[in-house]
Design a protein around this ligand. Structure first.
Ligand SMILES: Cc1cc2nc3c(=O)[nH]c(=O)nc-3n(C[C@H](O)[C@H](O)[C@H](O)COP(=O)(O)OP(=O)(O)OC[C@H]3O[C@@H](n4cnc5c(N)ncnc54)[C@H](O)[C@@H]3O)c2cc1C
Length: 531
């Protein structure tokens, strides 16, 4: 058994883990970054339009829920990144922060120091925006944020049609106002994906203080006298366990589905659950694995009159042309991030958007579902403030066993209602003049213009899918169900922090990568300040 000692051991080289590694190593700390998956050396990771191809490979985990009673009994499939960069290496690259209300809400939920005015400087510190330089944006940070180099005509048509349907145009969803429709800025640079591995981690890869080990599946955190001392991990997920020791904090950045699992495997969680699996209780923390939240969306599909959509028209010479363009010039159709446009809408008059659109200039499927054949557009309304809550439990004390995962999807009627309102608006946009010119028929939910709410709700329950934003399972706070404190230290366990999307007390109003990076920026500061 090999054994080495570092200042810090970071578990998971994903969105948050790579940020932490960068900041800690840059400050002179020795760091071991352990990542269960392989290196991020698959070319489809870096080619923006091809990211979906990575989801069916060894570089993605596919988590599966229990049958979801409120989603027509379906199991939901939640892919997650399993490579350096984690989610930021396989995601759709949409750069969104959420709204000031999200973070003021965290502060008011018992997380002092996390209000909007306190987190904005960390979003800016992370950001290297290629277009904006104002009070909302940073230009010098490691995380490249830019406009995609390719914009499909169907994305432009969606934006015009949405304005015809009454929605305002918004040039910057991360500026003064979130509401409106527009093009997303994305985590890309020079026509390539900008993951936290190709940005933050790449900047410190040659630093002698940094050790990175891929194919290293952490099995549990080692503790002594109520303090973390290191981790035990399996190379390639099998064989003799290896040990890595830590003088300072061990940080779990394994993502919202794996970090609670690791705490539970380490004896930190609800005592009764741990005992039922024969795991000794290090700390009875009833909130571990609870409070799971995610965003769901549902598609309105329109068939285009001509074969113009992003996917499917490439055969022979045109496919070769796109490949050559990207390989040699980093231009052309393969620089599309696919989810090029969208927007945010307040459908209740609350003053805050409750709905986001992801618009794809193609007929999109899902990990468990083939796309509809032919050419078309997908307009996907997504709810922003889920009321449903799920949970992650252990299925077994075997670290390689899958989790017992109940997403709680659509249990709250309000979540289904929001998607019904979103479907109605998306169908109106599909029929507005600028899209009607290009779209011959609605393929789903219905070719009929008139369809009642009950039928739309049935469609929602049968077809809604996750947009892969698991969050909340190691919630930050100060109450009995909180898992970490506002400095991200695990309650009641010394030298152990959690730093990833799992600490969000409430999921933010939008895509979760940039907020997770902001969380990691803050965590690094807490650690370097000795708090
Ligand atoms: C397909 C997809 C599309 C998305 N699209 C967007 C988008 O367009 N915009 C956006 O903002 N967000 C998007 N997201 C969400 C966003 O990417 C995530 O919220 C973010 O990456 C979460 O970061 P994290 O650090 O919490 O976890 P991750 O980035 O998932 O990192 C966790 C890492 O830990 C590793 N790990 C897990 N278990 C172990 C273990 N036992 N031992 C060692 N390592 C382990 C994993 O392999 C992974 O690399 C998307 C996500 C997916 C999956």
């Amino acid at each position: 058994m090999s054994q080495q000692t570092f200042d810090h051991v970071i578990v998971g080289g994903g969105s948050a883990g790579c940020v932490l590694a960068h900041r800690l190593v840059s400050a002179g700390r020795s760091v071991l970054l352990l990542e269960a998956g392989p290196a991020d050396d698959d070319k489809f990771i870096h080619m923006p339009a091809a990211f979906v191809r990575v989801l069916a490979t060894e570089r993605a985990w596919t988590y599966e829920t229990e049958p979801q009673p409120s989603a027509a009994g379906r199991k939901m499939f939640v892919p997650q990144g399993r490579t350096l960069g984690g989610g930021s290496s396989v995601n759709a690259m949409v750069y969104i922060r959420g709204t000031p209300c999200d973070y003021d809400g965290w502060r008011d939920l018992g997380c002092p120091g996390w209000g909007w005015d306190e987190v904005l400087p960390f979003f800016k510190r992370a950001e290297g925006n290629r277009r904006f330089a104002d009070r909302f944006h940073g230009t010098d940070g490691p995380l490249a944020v830019s406009d995609a180099r390719y914009r499909h005509p169907l994305s432009l048509a969606f934006l015009r049609a949405a304005q015809e349907a009454g929605l305002p145009y918004n040039d910057d969803f991360n500026g003064a106002q979130q509401a409106g429709v527009g093009f997303y800025q994305c985590t890309t640079f020079d026509g390539r994906r900008g993951s936290t591995a190709t940005t933050y981690l790449a900047e410190v890869r040659g630093n002698a203080k940094l050790s990175v080990q891929t194919n290293a599946h952490v099995a549990r955190v080692l503790t002594k006298d109520g303090a973390a001392t290191g981790v035990s991990y399996l190379v390639g997920g099998k064989g003799e366990p290896q040990t890595a020791l830590s003088r300072g904090d061990v940080i779990l950045s394994a993502g919202a589905l794996a970090s609670p699992k690791l705490l539970l495997l380490s004896g930190i969680g609800p005592a009764a659950q741990l005992q039922s699996h024969g795991i000794g209780v290090v700390r009875d923390l009833p909130g571990v694995g609870e409070n799971f939240q995610d965003h769901l969306e549902v598609s309105v599909y329109g068939r285009t009159r001509e074969p113009i959509s992003l996917a499917g028209s490439d055969t022979g010479l045109t496919a070769l042309k796109h490949g050559v363009q990207w390989t040699f010039f980093k231009t052309g159709l393969l620089t599309s991030t696919v989810v090029e446009s969208g927007g945010f809408v307040d459908t209740t008059g609350s003053g805050q958007p409750d709905l986001q659109f992801h618009v794809l200039p193609t007929l999109v499927g899902d990990v468990d579902r083939e796309p509809l054949p032919g050419h078309g557009i997908s307009i996907n309304p997504c709810f922003l403030h889920p009321e449903s809550r799920g949970r992650v439990h252990l299925r077994s004390s075997d670290p390689m066993a899958p989790i017992h995962f109940d997403g709680g999807y659509l249990q709250a009627q309000a979540d289904a209602d929001t998607l019904v309102r979103g479907l109605k608006l998306a169908r109106r946009i599909l029929r507005a003049p600028s899209l009607a010119k290009l779209v011959s028929e609605e393929l789903a939910p219905s070719a009929k213009a008139e369809i009642d709410d009950a039928a739309l709700e049935t469609y929602v329950r049968q077809r809604a899918k996750t947009v892969y934003h698991p969050a909340g399972t190691c919630r930050m706070g100060s109450d009995a169900l909180a898992v970490v404190d506002p400095q991200l230290r695990v309650h009641g366990v010394q030298r152990l922090r959690v730093c990833d999307a799992s600490v969000m007390p409430r999921i933010i109003s939008g895509n979760t990568n940039a907020p997770t990076i902001m969380i990691a920026e803050r965590c690094a500061d807490f650690m370097l300040a000795g708090t």
